[in-house]
Design a protein around this ligand. Structure first.
Ligand code: ZN
Length: 351
């Protein structure tokens, strides 16, 4: 039987996890007991590369459950207020320093081109792409965009689940459509145009439905959602409806499937005690709807409660093996595992 293909993963929050644990970034290189991902586990798992998020948390969002209201059939989480730009830049700079340290280790490669990523898929290094999840650190006049580009920024989401100067983010609600908030601002449209000009991916993860369609209209690139799941299986506000999936496929884009329990479980619960079949159900749904060329992985390792069936990064081979057993060919697995990400990033980055 052929070897399982290496994985390019659309999203992790390992930089933030290191910061939260007050861990020396060397813990990433040497391995550490907590979290979902480090270099030894990436090697074990055949993880070739990933998009490493710089994400500035709204502490109140991760604090007391007071922000969450139970409803008759689910829950609603209050949308956190916008971040102060100075705080966003300060934390972004700290996480950028951690990114530089991690990508300076032997065995890790900072990736800014598809050639870099391909070398990681074919070789032994772990590739790291710099991504901003929420673009609060970028000035509305884009005056510091080039600085971040020079630091390696090749992907950004205009908003996480809170408003920014560029867009509104979709709050956590279950059940709910993603149509709960505004779209791109004028500055957001300029940001999308700048990203297209410079070859930076615009990630529609966590945008409202309006924001998603605004990016669709403003960008000439394929639509990409780095980590989400099928609303048709789990009606979470942050999941993608069928018309959104159709638009991603029509533009030649890709959806990275998250392993977050609350985005996968049809009942919206965040209890991770579920099997791999819940992930396979979403893969099947996405492939049936969009075709196998538009589905990829976007784990959210270190940023979400990952379903027990995957566990941590070392569960990636188990997932691919189960997909193979359920009928996906070796060619399909290569697309799901890395080829779709390489195709779309090549198109957007122009490399
Ligand atoms: Zn996210």
């Amino acid at each position: 039987m052929s070897a399982l293909p290496p994985v390019v993963d659309g999203h992790n929050d390992s930089l933030l996890a290191l910061r939260r644990a007050s861990a020396d970034p060397a813990a990433f290189r040497d391995g550490h007991p907590g979290g979902d991902l480090d270099l030894p586990r990436a090697r074990d798992a055949g993880l070739a590369a990933g998009l490493f998020a710089v994400f500035v948390p709204s502490e109140d969002c991760f604090g007391p459950e007071a922000a969450r209201t139970e409803t008759a059939d689910g829950y609603r989480v209050q949308r956190p207020p916008p971040l102060a730009p100075s705080a966003a830049r300060r934390v972004t700079d700290e996480l950028l320093e951690a990114f530089d340290v991690v990508t300076g280790f032997d065995g890790v490669r900072k990736c800014t081109t598809v050639e870099d990523l391909r070398a990681c898929v074919e070789g032994d290094e772990l590739g790291a792409v710099l991504h901003f999840e929420g673009a609060e650190a970028i000035a509305p006049d884009l005056s510091n965009f080039a600085d971040y580009y020079d630091r390696g920024l090749r992907s950004l989401g205009p908003a996480w689940s809170r408003p920014t100067q560029f867009a509104d983010g979709v709050p956590f609600r279950y059940p709910s459509t993603p149509d709960c908030g505004g779209g791109l601002t004028d500055a957001g449209r300029r940001l999308v145009e700048r990203c297209d000009d410079r070859g930076v991916l615009v990630d529609c993860a966590h945008l409202t439905a309006r924001g998603f369609w605004d990016v669709h209209d403003a960008s000439t690139n394929p639509l990409v959602v780095s980590h989400s799941a099928a609303h048709g299986v789990c009606p979470l506000s942050r999941n993608l409806t069928d018309d959104q999936l159709d638009a991603v496929a029509d533009t030649g884009g890709v959806v990275g499937l998250t392993f977050a329990a609350n985005a996968l479980r049809p009942d919206g619960d965040s209890n991770p005690d579920v099997e791999l079949s819940v992930v396979v159900d979403h893969v099947d749904y996405l492939v049936d709807r969009m075709g196998v060329d538009h589905v990829a992985l976007g784990s959210d390792f270190d940023g979400a409660t990952v379903v027990d069936g995957v566990g941590d990064a070392t569960g990636l081979p188990d997932l691919l093996a189960v997909l193979r057993e359920s009928g996906y060919s070796q060619a399909d697995l290569r697309k799901l595992a890395h080829e779709n990400w390489l195709r779309v990033l090549g198109e957007v980055w122009g490399s």
